[in-house]
Structure formats: structure tokens, C-alpha cells
Design a protein around this ligand. Structure first.
Ligand SMILES: [Zn+2]
Length: 325
């Protein structure tokens, strides 16, 4: 690495660190946010933990990817696992009280909505931090002469800002329902149960269909993209998938995708999970013991797929390995 590159790298690391460590406001009020758990410890994450740790698989941030590869696989204490600075203490406590109890009822619409709302908010937070990072890059004297890099930063700010706009559209509708200002039940959720596997996930996915979502379409900020909400929630004797969408933001692909999770053989289920983790969502967790049992060649295939397709959200992707096989 030459001197110039080394300096670039240092500045990027500082930008990244500052953006990550910046105190974030609650996504609802002006208070500072605490670390909110996407999935709670008691009754969910503790079911897949070993010595109070879980293995978290997470897409690495742009700058870290340089050093550690695009996907990071880490053992994390369950107090810090699957958590983001989302809400202040009182909003975090009050809003999610109905699902923080051990005996949460996953058949209940309101519970399904709350799990999905929290994963939506995490995606908003990730995008807010991305905007901050790329604005800092754009404003840094270090990169002023590197036009290609500045152009990339500008398009990242633009893309993340549009993503936040879309996500806020969903957030507002969800909040009206959560506050009981609107009893419409505008979201459609399905709960599908599987035999217990010690994994969990809480994420949103926006299916990109290359035929429909041209660059021109994606660049129009008035187009609100379809999002689906995906939660994999381990329970004592089963693993439940809660999957849903807003009823005016549906498509043939979404309906078929949701049906495709039903009535699966064990092998088909493993292949569906592999596809989900390789091509659709970037944050999930697995029991450390179970991770150790996976075949090294399958983990290698998974990592290699990620290195090539980390930013690929297209529905046309095809994986030809079984992470759990
Ligand atoms: Zn708040």
C-alpha cells in the first residue's frame, strides 16, 4: 500500500468509527437511543445460545470489508447480539412490551407487526448511518481530488436517502396501527412453523426484478419499493417464520415467494434457508454449536457467494449449494 492509499484508509477508518460511535436519537422522539434488541434474549436468543453467546452472521460495512471480508462471522454475547441503537428507553420498553414476554403469541397480528416494525427500524438506522458515512467522505478534503470515489459516495448518499424515504412510508403506516389510530390491518403476515433449528433472523428485503426495476425506475424517488418483512423466531419446540408485506405493495413474486415456504421437505427447507441467507438478508444468527457442525465446504461456498453478491438484491439469483447439507 503506498503512502496515499494508507492515508486514505486511515481517514476512512476514522470516518467509519465516528459515524458508528455517534449518539443516535430515538427513531420516534428526541431522546438518545439505547441499544434495542431485534430479538429479545429471554425466550428467543437464549434458545440458540451456548454459554450466553450466539454466532452472528452479518454483512460487513463497506470499509471493514476491505480488511475482514464482506461477511463477518462472530461469536457475540447475547446482551449485544442482534441489536442496534433504535429507540429511547421508554419507547423501547413501552412499544414492545406485548412481545417481550416469554409467552409471546406469534399468531397474533399485533405481535407479527411489532417484530416487523423493529426490523424495519433497524434497516432505517443502518441507512441513516450509511448516509452519515458517505456525507463525511464527500466532505473530506482527503478525497477531494478522487472524483470517482466522490461520485460513488454521492450516489450512495442518494440511494440510501431514497431507501429511508421508502422505509418511512412503511414506518408511518405501522405506527398508526401500533398506536391504534388505525385498525385497518394493512399488512398481511403469514406464520409458518418448521422443526426446530437453532437459528434466528429479523430483516427486511426488497425484491429487485431486473425487468421491472430499471435504473430509471429506481432513481425516481416517488416510487416506493415493495418490501417484505422476514422474521425467523426460534421457540422451544419449533422455528417459526413470520413473513409479511403491505397489501398495496405486493406482487406476483412476493405471493409466490411466501407460498414457496409452505409444505417443504427438510432438504427443501435447508435450501430455502440457504437462499434466504445468501441472496436476500444480511443479518442472522445461529447457535455456535450448530455452526460448528456445518461442513467447512458449505461455509466456504457461502462466503464465496457473499464476496461476489453482497449488494445483489435481484430475485433472479440462484445458489447451488446447501449451507446446512
Ligand atoms: Zn423515544
Amino acid at each position: 500500500m503506498n503512502k496515499r492509499l494508507r492515508e486514505d484508509f486511515k481517514v476512512l477508518q476514522a470516518i467509519f468509527k465516528n459515524a458508528k460511535n455517534k449518539k443516535q436519537k430515538c427513531l420516534i422522539c428526541e431522546e438518545n437511543s439505547i441499544n434495542s434488541h431485534l430479538l429479545q434474549k429471554n425466550g428467543i436468543l437464549n434458545l440458540i445460545s451456548t454459554n450466553s453467546h450466539i454466532t452472528q452472521i452479518k454483512g460487513n460495512d463497506f470499509f471493514k470489508a476491505e480488511k475482514d471480508g464482506i461477511i463477518s462471522i462472530k461469536s457475540i454475547g447475547i446482551n449485544n447480539a442482534m441489536s442496534y441503537p433504535l429507540f429511547c428507553n421508554s419507547h423501547d420498553t413501552d412499544i414492545f412490551a406485548p412481545i417481550e414476554i416469554e409467552e409471546h403469541n406469534l399468531n397474533d397480528y399485533n405481535s407479527q407487526l411489532l417484530f416487523s416494525y423493529r426490523s424495519l427500524c433497524a434497516e432505517i438506522r443502518k441507512k441513516i448511518i450509511n448516509v452519515d458515512i458517505f456525507k463525511r467522505v464527500n466532505n473530506s478534503r482527503q478525497f477531494a481530488i478522487n472524483t470517482q470515489f466522490i461520485d460513488m459516495a454521492k450516489s450512495q448518499v442518494e440511494a440510501n436517502t431514497m431507501g429511508i424515504q421508502d422505509l418511512n412510508w412503511y414506518k408511518n403506516i405501522m405506527e398508526l396501527e401500533i398506536n391504534n389510530s388505525n385498525n385497518n390491518q394493512d399488512f398481511i403476515f403469514e406464520k409458518i412453523d418448521f422443526d426446530f433449528i437453532p437459528i434466528s433472523a429479523s430483516a427486511v428485503y426488497t425484491p429487485i426484478n431486473p425487468e421491472e426495476h430499471t435504473l430509471g425506475f429506481l432513481k425516481k424517488s416517488e416510487n416506493i419499493l415493495n418490501y417484505i418483512f422476514i422474521n425467523l423466531i426460534p421457540q422451544k419446540d419449533k422455528l417459526s417464520l413470520i413473513i409479511g408485506y403491505h397489501k398495496s405493495k405486493s406482487s406476483k413474486w412476493i405471493l409466490e415467494y411466501i407460498s414457496s415456504w409452505k409444505k417443504l421437505t427438510q432438504l427443501d427447507f435447508e435450501l430455502k434457508l440457504t437462499d434466504l441467507f445468501a441472496t436476500k438478508i444480511e443479518t442472522w444468527a445461529i447457535s455456535p454449536d450448530f455452526w460448528k457442525e456445518l461442513k467447512p465446504e458449505n461455509i466456504k461456498a457461502f462466503k464465496e457467494y457473499w464476496n461476489k453478491n453482497a449488494n445483489n438484491l435481484r430475485i433472479t439469483q440462484n445458489v447451488n449449494f446447501n449451507l446446512f447439507g
